[in-house]
Design a binder for this molecule. Structure first.
Ligand code: SAM
Length: 320
């Protein structure tokens, strides 16, 4: 029997229309972008393929990849409002062991279109491939661009994070004795430590590289307002639209692979009904030591083998 629902979620359209509030287009993002009017989107946020031969992409000559990205970025620039933002989240292209940071490759495209970079955010995470011929990659970047205007949307308050020393006071001057911190919290800075979506993550689907929704929520809240459009041209399983819907924005995206577009629809519907479980913004990271996880106890603590490292024990026993 179908579970009872209190209300039907708003419709998810397959193509753009001026009345639409949510659009999931299955196909090439350029075909969706061509439907979208000039200067109508407040926030473009995406993570394109990195041209590294993942299951959803064909590894291309780097120049061909660059030209393809340029065409999509030009269309995104066309549809962006005067006060809007484009956020391009990328890692490295890897070729025969040599890494090419995609933000340096793609930056000139934005620069030549007259965009101004406001931040290059380092997204740090802990899980990924263990490399043996170089250091394991544990960060990617998000390039945030606006047009060359002072008047771009930037709402800091909704994304503030707790102060380190909220009890700190001014010790001299006219405000001596008063609390010096903003009670709403501090600016989160440009290094973000947010768990990436691997097998134990509550949001994990079959997509190999999905965004954690909380990463996108920060951009949605700070770079758009309620009712604005948020667009992701490389939608995957819909994390950007989920973040948009959660915060009462309109969400639109294109995904070329049918099964991912279908998962994006399911997740978006669940988000609209308030039934999608996502990792809450600002939730502290799991600390296996604090949680008393037994796997943190290294067997070589009892089996004496001088060749083994004892990093975890050293941290746990350290008392300044
Ligand atoms: C890095 S993934 C993005 C994952 C997404 N951020 C999420 O949270 O699920 C890039 C996605 O772009 C899709 N894609 C590749 N080329 C595309 C194109 N020309 N148009 C639309 N989607 C495309 C791929 O199938 C893949 O799912």
């Amino acid at each position: 029997m179908k579970p009872e629902t209190k209300f039907d979620p708003p419709e998810i359209q397959n193509c753009f229309s001026p009345e639409a509030e949510t659009v999931i287009f299955q196909g090439d993002c350029l075909d969706l972008l061509r439907q979208v009017p000039d200067k109508s989107i407040q926030l473009v946020i995406t993570s394109p393929p990195y041209n590294i031969g993942k299951s959803y992409e064909k590894k291309l000559d780097l120049q061909v990849y660059y030209e393809q990205q340029k065409e999509v970025i030009e269309q995104c620039a066309r549809v962006l409002t005067e006060h809007g933002s484009i956020c391009w989240q990328v890692g490295n292209h890897v070729d025969n062991g040599a890494i090419i940071p995609l933000d340096s490759l793609l930056f000139p495209i934005f620069h030549n279109l007259g965009f101004v970079m406001r931040n290059r955010i380092i997204w740090h995470f802990e899980h990924g491939l263990h490399c043996s011929r170089r250091l394991s990659g544990r960060y990617e970047t998000v390039m945030w661009f606006t047009r060359d205007t002072k008047d771009y949307v930037f709402n800091l308050d909704p994304i503030r994070v707790p102060q380190k020393y909220p009890g700190k006071k001014y010790f001299k001057g006219p405000k001596a004795g008063q609390y010096s911190c903003n009670p709403l919290g501090k600016n989160p800075g440009d290094v973000w430590d947010i768990p990436n979506v691997k097998s134990n993550h509550i949001e994990k689907t079959e997509h190999p590289c999905q965004f954690p929704v909380e990463l996108i929520e920060r951009f949605v809240l700070s770079l758009s307002n309620k009712g604005d459009w948020v667009l992701d041209p490389f939608l995957g399983v819909g994390s950007s639209i989920v973040a948009a819907v959660k915060h009462h924005r309109k969400g639109m995206g294109a995904e070329i692979i049918g099964k991912y577009a279908e998962i994006a629809r399911e997740r978006t519907r669940a988000a609209m009904m308030g039934n999608l479980r996502t990792r809450p913004m600002g939730m502290p990271k799991y600390d296996p030591l604090l949680a008393g996880n037994k796997l943190t106890i290294a067997p070589w603590a009892t089996v004496q083998d001088e060749r083994q490292l004892r990093l975890l024990q050293t941290i746990a026993e350290y008392k300044p």
